[in-house]
Design a binder for this molecule. Sequence first.
Ligand code: GLU
Length: 216
Amino acid sequence: MPAGRYAPSPSGDLHVGNLRTALLAWLFARRSGRRFLIRMEDLDGRSIAGAADRQLADLAALGLDWDGHVLYQSTRRDRYAQIIAELTAAGRTFECYCTRREILDAPRAPHAPEGAYPGTCLRLSEAQRSERRTGRPPAIRLRAGVTGFTVHDELHGSFTGPVDDFVLQRGDGTPAYNLAVVVDDAESGIDQVVRGDDLLTSAPRQAYLATVLGHT
Ligand code: GLU
């Protein structure tokens, strides 16, 4: 059965903004006969001990119920690594040695979207690559092959946003948010995403990656 979801980060206690998102996601899922799933996005270092349990207890106390077990992304690291290995085997990734500063300072094509990866590490010679390899471990980026993608959103309509060679795995080995969301949404049968519109501009990247992985 298809599902909707609420996917908080356990970086603090539930606040009214989270609750608004959770309530709307729950209403949309339940009203449309979907399952309602909860996923804890606890991959990065911002997780605070006990916050996930307190958030779940607060949701339950307010009467929001969910189906099945809560999925913790930290239990899925092997799966994300496997997907990245498959993308790499298919020639869809590259190693990136850039620092944040280098990305900000790099020259860009005139119409490149703000913050888009400038392609620096795609153009390295073998010599430059081995020289940079001696430094800190690389991030792994997607070879996107498109510059934009369109999603359909109930509120915003047809929304086209930039897709760049975004990060799939950070230099410290942590799977990136955009990768984990796509893999988990697809593998949990989620076909309805209700969330804060600060994530609208991430949706085209995620939807594009879903198609690369063979999902709708
Ligand atoms: N964990 C993200 C957040 O709390 C939301 C992720 C999502 O909805 O895809 O902002």
